[in-house]
Ligand binder design. Structure first.
Ligand code: APR
Ligand code: ZN
Length: 249
């Protein structure tokens, strides 16, 4: 690992413009479970995809039940050393953006301006009407659901309300996808952190960076399908790998 660390430090020092790409693994040291690692969410729950959410009130109830459960950890979690290391490189201007698959808001909580956090899979801190886009705060929805299982309905158009995250089978947000594309082709060093790199189109960005000639670095506890195209893979705990490489506690 030592040579991986010195190579990572060298790549960071030589880079003109770094882009970070993060997955659930960057937040596990903040107490938020990932999806496919040991004990991850998909070992507990079967994913509810968008068409099931839309077609079944029972599926929507299960979706809200899970959200209320997982929010108990998510809404109290704090950024960890890995988040702070990324935030420091954004602050010094070495990194231009973080493309994240995460919905926990911890990159923003670590001090990165919202405009530099590109949320490909949405954000779990509010809900929206799927028909008219009206925004809804979560607390009143959760209280009504916990009280008597009432599913939220849009006051404007009677549409279905869903947390503002992207479920499997749901359209990706065009704005963040476009911004991620721009950042990916502009960087010379693309660092994927804490992602199993198995979900597309998100995992297409590390591949695009490599195709466009950027150096791809993958920091993850376990191997990923894109390791073969990486200039460097560092297998270890993200907090210590990034914290040591960048010099933050
Ligand atoms: N240090 C290093 N690696 C870690 C750590 C850690 N502290 N914690 C977890 N990991 C690794 C796991 O071993 C795993 O390979 O992070 C990776 C997380 O992968 P996933 O759980 O698949 O998460 P992610 O890649 O973000 O999933 C992508 O899938 O379910 C959808 O929408 C969801 O955004 C998510 C998408
Ligand atoms: Zn509506």
């Amino acid at each position: 690992m030592a040579d991986g660390m010195s190579e990572l430090r060298k790549l960071l020092a030589e880079s003109r413009r770094v882009v970070f790409f993060t997955g659930a693994g960057v937040s596990t040291e903040s107490g938020i479970p990932d999806f496919r690692g040991p004990g991850g969410l998909w070992s507990k729950y079967r994913p509810i995809d968008f068409s099931e959410f839309m077609s079944s009130a029972e599926a929507r109830k299960e979706y809200w039940r899970r959200k209320i459960e997982t929010d108990k950890v998510l809404l109290t979690a704090q950024p960890n050393r890995g988040h702070r290391a990324i935030a420091k490189l954004i602050e010094t201007g070495k990194a231009s953006a973080v493309i994240t698959q995460n919905i926990d808001g911890l990159h923003q909580a670590s001090g990165i301006p919202a405009g530099k956090v590109i949320e490909l899979h949405g954000n779990t801190t509010y809900a929206t009407c799927l028909d008219c886009g009206e925004r809804y705060e979560l607390e009143p929805i959760k209280q009504a659901f916990v009280a008597d299982g009432t599913l939220p309905e849009c006051a404007e158009c009677m549409g279905i309300i869903k947390p503002a995250t992207i479920a499997f089978g749901q359209a990706m947000p065009p704005g963040p996808m476009h911004q991620a594309q721009i950042e990916t082709v502009a960087c010379d060093l693309f660092i994927s952190v804490g992602s199993s790199l198995v979900v597309y189109p998100a995992a297409g960005f590390p591949a695009l960076a490599h195709e466009r000639g950027a150096s791809l670095v993958i920091v993850n506890r376990e191997p990923t399908p894109l390791d073969g195209m990486a200039r460097l893979t560092v297998q270890g705990e993200i907090g210590s790998v990034l914290g040591d490489a960048v010099g933050v506690n």
